[in-house]
Design a protein around this ligand. Structure first.
Ligand code: ZN
Length: 158
């Protein structure tokens, strides 16, 4: 996205309203890089903003409704570059829709691993260390930590 901005493409960066961590009008990564962004409440709003752009970035896409799959397809079919970020697994270690649908339709996938806080190897799981049972509980280090396959402890099913 940064390269698209430098190349003077019309770039729009969108993030779901549900994620109210940090600043409302910038996309801020955990490493504190910031890029201007717009807040959206649903996939229809993604389409409305995306239609006006050449390059569309969507962050925390796991918090959007399943309509986002069709929206991304339509934008990509219209020739836009659509760059989607999101968590592929929920805190139970299960696929986190709609991300699997998007992974299947994407031309390119980059899987980024964190570092296991227990043993230090690459970590693809998210351990919930506090909070309740709902699937969506927005937070950062106070609720979650990165764990590898071996150190991940799936929560008990009730
Ligand atoms: Zn580990």
């Amino acid at each position: 996205l940064r390269r698209a901005v430098i190349a003077r493409r019309r770039v729009v960066i969108l993030k779901p309203a549900l994620d109210d961590r940090y600043a409302p009008d910038h996309l801020v990564s955990h490493s504190e890089q910031r890029v201007p962004s717009l807040v959206v409440r649903n996939s229809a709003e993604v389409f409305r903003h995306g239609r006006e752009a050449e390059v569309v970035g969507i962050d925390e896409t796991q918090f959007l409704d399943e309509g986002i799959v069709e929206v991304c397809e339509r934008l990509a079919d219209a020739g836009k570059r659509v760059i989607v970020a999101g968590l592929d697994l929920d805190y139970r270690g299960n696929p986190f829709e709609p991300i699997p649908q998007l992974l299947a339709r994407a031309e390119y996938i980059t899987k980024t691993l964190a570092i296991c806080v227990v043993c230090g190897v690459p970590a693809g799981r998210t351990q919930r260390v506090a909070g309740r049972d709902e699937r969506i509980l927005v937070g950062s280090t106070e609720f979650y930590e990165a764990r590898c396959r071996g150190c991940f402890e799936p929560p008990e099913e009730e």
